[in-house]
Structures are given as structure tokens and as C-alpha cells.
Design a protein around this ligand. Structure first.
Ligand code: SAM
Length: 314
């Protein structure tokens, strides 16, 4: 079992629940400089989510001191708001409402089905929304085709779709009930050009319409790196990026993942720490580049992947 993300159990081949994370850009490179994140009115205020009061104070020269040292403690900005600011994101009123509705639907549906262990509204903002958006620190082109494998309740794919509505996003999920939730959120938020697909990565990757078709493939809290690479590489076009959010000690897993990558036509590119507010607990983004087409034998069936994981040394 590999490290997980926020208490999400990562399923491995053979375990119950097993259904089976382009150009890299540094922090702040999505715009000329960090920007205040919100404009608009106060009707969309939710738990831990207070856009309206920010607007007058959010001039960069005034905000900058709030981002450092002791003044952080006295800042009027929540960690989520600071995180958006650090990402250079300025949400529209519509996007703020979309996040609020998503937060509410997640917490509501979670009372009836197991979507997330995180139920505190403020924690949802940080550990689901902001954590998902952290991918923008390494990848943020104007247009992209993104695949999120094992999206669960939509992370990281849906928050990215909200802030990058021009991206084409496919959320792949093996559990039917979670797909129903995703479809409900997509409709409620009136998102376009995003699909929730019910299926398993190791099966869909062999279909022509999905193979070599995505500029970015991601998966959070789904499996170990070598398994994830075998899932992701067949979907990724040559030159595309594969990004896995992870945390914890990855020494062994990463070494195995680097060897596995070469077998599926990918190459390890970067290990980028996540330093956003509230997420300073060893999170990182592991970035890979697809350097040649993945051989048609991959991904193998779940059983074979389980018995003979890629990149393992004897
Ligand atoms: N990515 C989400 C997150 O970070 O909150 C969900 C993580 S959850 C622990 C893992 C999800 O991956 C489950 O919903 C499971 O059904 C899905 N999953 C596992 N293996 C899969 C596969 N091979 N293909 C598609 N979905 C898979």
C-alpha cells in the first residue's frame, strides 16, 4: 500500500475497491504576478468561504505583507483565500458560487454515501479544492485535455475544471454511485465539456477513443506510483504530462515508479513540493512526461499488475 492523500485509502490491484496524479510552469507563472482572487458580490458566502469582504482590501501591495511571517496570523484572509492568491487565481462570482455549491453537495451526499472522510467545510476548501488546484503550479496551459483517473468525488479534476472552464475534462471512476454524484455536480454547476465516465482505467485505456488522447493525466489517492503509471501512460499523448499528487515517505515507491515509467514510455520529470497555506504537510506533485507512445500491452489486467508490478527489483 502506498502513501495516501487525506485519509483516502489507495486501492491496489486485487484489493476490494480496486478499479483498477505541458510544459511545466513554476509558481506564479500562470499570470504576471499573484492576483487577488475574487471580485463580485456577497451572496455566495459559505462556511470558510468569504469572498465579498475581500474585494476592497485585495490590492497586491496591501496584501503582500499578509503573505509572510507574523502578519499572516493577523491577516483577514482565510488559508483558502491566501492559497488562491498564491496560485494567482481570481475567481469570478460564478466560479465562487460553483465552489460553494460543490462544497454543499459533497457534504450533503456524503451523509448518504461514502465520498470523503473530510466533512468539515473549511477542510473541504483546503484539502480537496485547494489541493486539487495545486496542480496549476506545474501545469497551466490555456487549453488542455485532462483525464482524472479514479476521480471519486471529483478530485482533482472538478476544481480544475471550475477554474479552467476551457479545458476538456474526463473524470474516470470505477464506482457507479460516485459517477452519479459526479454527474449531479456537473449538472448543478452547469459545467460544460466535462464527462464522468463509469469504468476502469485498465479497460478504457485499450479503447481507441481514449488512447493517446490526453495532454494531462492525473490521479490522486488511487494506487502506488508504478500502478498509476501503468494506468496513465496509455492515455497520455507523446509530450503530455502525468501528474500525481502524493504525500508521505515515497523513497521506495518513487524509485520503483521511475523504473516503471521507462517501461510505459514515460520519464520522471520533477518532484515539486506543495507549499500552499494549510497544505504544508509534505504534499508534493510528481511530474512525468510521456516521451514515446506506450506499448499496446499496457495496461495489463488488474490481476497481472498485482502479481507482477512494473519497476520492481528482485
Ligand atoms: N481521486 C479522489 C480523491 O482524491 O478524493 C478519489 C480517491 S479514492 C481513495 C480512489 C478512487 O479510485 C475510488 O473512487 C475508486 O473507485 C477509484 N478507482 C480505483 N481504481 C480505479 C481504476 N482502475 N479505474 C477507475 N477508478 C478507479
Amino acid at each position: 500500500m502506498s502513501g495516501n492523500q487525506d485519509g483516502q485509502k489507495e486501492a491496489e490491484p486485487g484489493e476490494p475497491g480496486y478499479g483498477g496524479d505541458m510544459q511545466g510552469r513554476g509558481k506564479y507563472q500562470g499570470g504576471s504576478k499573484p492576483r487577488p482572487y475574487i471580485s463580485g458580490n456577497s451572496s455566495n458566502v459559505g462556511a470558510g468561504f468569504t469572498p465579498a469582504r475581500l474585494a476592497p482590501a485585495l490590492q497586491p501591495p496591501q496584501l503582500a505583507p499578509a503573505l509572510t511571517g507574523s502578519s499572516l496570523r493577523t491577516s483577514r484572509l482565510s488559508p483558502f483565500e491566501l492559497g488562491l492568491y498564491e496560485l494567482g487565481l481570481e475567481l469570478t462570482g460564478h466560479q465562487s458560487k460553483q465552489f460553494l455549491h460543490y462544497q454543499q453537495e459533497l457534504i450533503d451526499w456524503n451523509t448518504r454515501m461514502n465520498l470523503t472522510a473530510i466533512t468539515d467545510p473549511e477542510e473541504v476548501l483546503l484539502k480537496h479544492f485547494l489541493d486539487s488546484l495545486s496542480l496549476l503550479t506545474v501545469y497551466d496551459p490555456p487549453i488542455a485535455r485532462l483525464l482524472d483517473i479514479g476521480a471519486g468525488a471529483g478530485f482533482p479534476g472538478l476544481p480544475l475544471k471550475i477554474v479552467r472552464p476551457q479545458w476538456h475534462v474526463v473524470l474516470l471512476e470505477a464506482t457507479g454511485k460516485k459517477v452519479s454524484f459526479l454527474q449531479h455536480v456537473i449538472e448543478t454547476l452547469q459545467l460544460e465539456d466535462v464527462m464522468a465516465v463509469h469504468g476502469r482505467a485498465e479497460e478504457l485505456a485499450h479503447k481507441a477513443e481514449y488512447r493517446d488522447s490526453f495532454d494531462i493525466v492525473t490521479a490522486r489517492a488511487v494506487a502506488s506510483l508504478s500502478t498509476l503509471l501503468e494506468y496513465a501512460a496509455p492515455f497520455c499523448c507523446v509530450g503530455g504530462q502525468i501528474i500525481f499528487p502524493k504525500k508521505g515517505d515515497l523513497t521506495t515507491e518513487l524509485a520503483q515508479g521511475k523504473r516503471a515509467a521507462l517501461q510505459v514510455g514515460a520519464r520522471f520529470k520533477a518532484d515539486v513540493p506543495v507549499t500552499l497555506p494549510g497544505l504544508e504537510d509534505g504534499r508534493r506533485l510528481l511530474v512525468w512526461e510521456q516521451i514515446r507512445e506506450c506499448a499496446s500491452e499496457f495496461p495489463r489486467s488488474g490481476g497481472v499488475m498485482s502479481k507482477k508490478p512494473l519497476g520492481k527489483t528482485m
